[in-house]
Design a protein around this ligand. Structure first.
Ligand code: ACO
Length: 323
């Protein structure tokens, strides 16, 4: 079961009006095509570990566990503070979780759902009773702010959950589903900076260390994968769409969210949307939306909750939880 969720974002805010000053774009276009009004952006000195720590401590306080209780840490991110070691190891040290094993999951936007699925499997294999799953990004560090096709979309943030064994009151993870299609990788990727094309001055000059995206193609693939993932989650949990009390999808674009809900025949008043406040924060997006839904009283214990996401890879995942 998900015993506690926490979230944190850097204080800095980049509004659509700010972007209008440097890009050939407008607030009206961004709101109409994406639903985004602002995003939180980390200051250069703010590390991923610093705001992930806040989210993790909040999740642990809500779950009633301390760092010493953690058996493991799974950290979903594509923007670790450094290439080596993992973001999970940096967070383990910051938390003082000295009993916990720690590793990263690299699955882009659905990374946090992949992490939840992996944690659930490890618990079933008796490899942990209390596992912290973090989804956090500093996407501002890999965004090309001269490219209006991507600069308007992304934001920074962190979310975290503590997973514990299911309790007698029925709160549990009811189904998990993961998928991938690496054939479509080049539609949304960072071409350089890996071991195939290590960082050089020329590579940085050509901005090959930053996100490149074919927006229209990604949009179509996102709607398809989100819809299929929703169907799979419902199927695997042995429920119907009518049983869903709240759907908390990846916050990439309001139109993708609306198309997914329409496909699943889930009314938009059951769908959590906060893309307007945070933009697309990749693996942090669902836990950030969960934390807000709980704070607003929209997500309560016992609710049948559908989580669904899609991202670079392509990757997709869904999880059904009796909250
Ligand atoms: N401001 C103004 N005009 C723009 C902007 C902008 N920021 N960006 C693109 N345009 C223009 C284009 O140049 C194009 O002009 P043209 O018709 O003269 O050629 C026109 O708007 C339409 O462009 P499209 O790319 O077709 O616009 P679309 O409606 O598809 O919106 C967007 C673009 C917002 C990027 C959309 O495709 C999208 O959201 N795609 C999915 C992106 C996404 O979710 N990615 C992440 C998923 S995975 C993950 O989360 C990492």
């Amino acid at each position: 079961m998900i015993a506690g969720v926490g979230a944190a974002v850097p204080a800095g805010i980049l509004t659509n009006a700010d972007l209008e000053k440097t890009l050939d774009t407008s607030d009206a276009w961004i709101v109409e095509r994406t639903g985004i009004r602002q995003r939180h952006i980390a200051a250069p000195t703010e590390t991923l570990t610093s705001y992930s720590l806040v989210a993790a401590q909040q999740a642990m306080a809500r779950a009633g566990v301390t760092a010493k209780d953690l058996d493991g840490i799974i950290f979903a991110t594509v923007t670790p503070d450094r290439r080596l070691p993992s973001a999970a190891c940096d967070l383990q040290a910051a938390l003082g979780a000295d009993r916990a094993w720690a590793f990263d999951v690299v699955a882009a936007c659905p990374g946090w759902l992949f992490g939840i699925s992996v944690a659930e499997g490890l618990m079933r294999a008796a490899l942990g009773d209390t596992i912290l799953v973090v989804g956090a990004e500093k996407l501002s560090s890999i965004t090309d702010y001269t490219d209006r096709g991507t600069a308007i979309l992304f934001g920074d943030g962190a979310g975290a959950a503590v997973l514990k064994r299911a309790t007698d009151d029925g709160r549990a993870i009811l189904s998990t589903y993961m998928g991938a299609d690496g054939n479509l990788a080049s539609l949304l990727h960072i071409p350089g900076g890996g071991s195939a094309e290590p960082l050089t001055e020329a590579l940085v000059h050509e901005k090959r260390h930053l996100i490149q995206m074919a927006g229209r193609e990604v949009f179509k693939a996102a709607v398809l994968a989100m819809s299929r993932s929703t169907d799979a989650a419902i199927d695997r949990a042995g429920i119907t769409a009518d049983d869903i009390d709240i759907m908390i999808p990846h916050q990439a674009n309001l139109r993708i969210i609306e198309a997914t809900a329409k496909h699943a025949e889930i009314s938009m008043n059951k769908v959590m949307v906060n893309v307007d406040r945070y933009g697309n924060t990749s693996s942090a997006s669902i836990p950030l939306a969960i934390a807000q839904a709980e704070a607003e009283g929209r997500l309560k214990p016992g609710m049948m909750t559908m989580l669904v996401s899609f991202g670079a890879g392509f990757t997709w995942a869904s999880v059904v939880v009796r909250w």
